[in-house]
Design a protein around this ligand. Sequence first.
Ligand code: SAM
Length: 253
Amino acid sequence: MASDPYYWLARYYDRLFDLRRPFETAHERIIEPLLPRVKSACDLCCGTGTFAIQLAQLGIPVFAVDLSTEMCRLARIKVRKTNMPVTVIHADMRSFRLPQQVDLITCEFDALNHVPLKSDLRKVMRCAARALRPGGHFTFDVNNRLTFEKVWGRTWFLEQDPVAMVMHGGHRKGTDRAWTDVEWFIRKGNTWTRQREHIEEVCWNAQEIRDAFAAEGFDRVRSWDAAPFFNDDFTKRGYRTFWRARRKPVAKE
Ligand SMILES: C[S@@+](CC[C@H](N)C(=O)[O-])C[C@H]1O[C@@H](n2cnc3c(N)ncnc32)[C@H](O)[C@@H]1O
């Protein structure tokens, strides 16, 4: 538990973060056009496995990768209940390997921002390129610096008995780094316990992302501002971006 920075988040993720609607709208534009040619997929930073299971329900075998042991444990339970072809793999997005190459890799809900170093972007893209068949696609959404500047200083309170959560964070001024402190209050009978988690995030500008894609062998890079998908007060233009790129196909002689 101490070595799993997402332990409490995992335990109460589905209860508190049922926010899939904007992603479903984004999928219609970004992922659905690819699906006819997707024979297998990987959901990187899969959390509790919700999206991996959704993909599998379309008949696509899915590898679901996450660094948190608790997220993986809960994802495996959900997979067993649905009996879908999802293989959960406990691994770091900066070094993961799949048993076989896939046609699509997704990485959702700003999971890619959850790395300690800006240089980690290249590591993730290198692993994604290795895990994709030539011609396969990598898609993800990221928080941009504007979100760190404008939104990260807010305090959020969420509760769903038996848990309440206060989330507050900040942006390290003049940098591409931000943090979130999460205070958990968990009720067992009449007794409340308090737990803390700390999450660090980094971000990149559009040119850095394009350069990383190019350096790791991707082409057909496309981006979508997330504002129209979210349509809320916290996701204004420039705050979050969806990206998609293709691993270059092998050139014919
Ligand atoms: C905000 S959650 C998103 C979960 C899921 N993609 C979703 O859409 O609900 C971020 C996830 O990234 C995972 N994560 C963080 N750092 C990771 C890393 N280095 N490698 C793999 N997974 C990581 C966390 O365990 C967590 O499940």
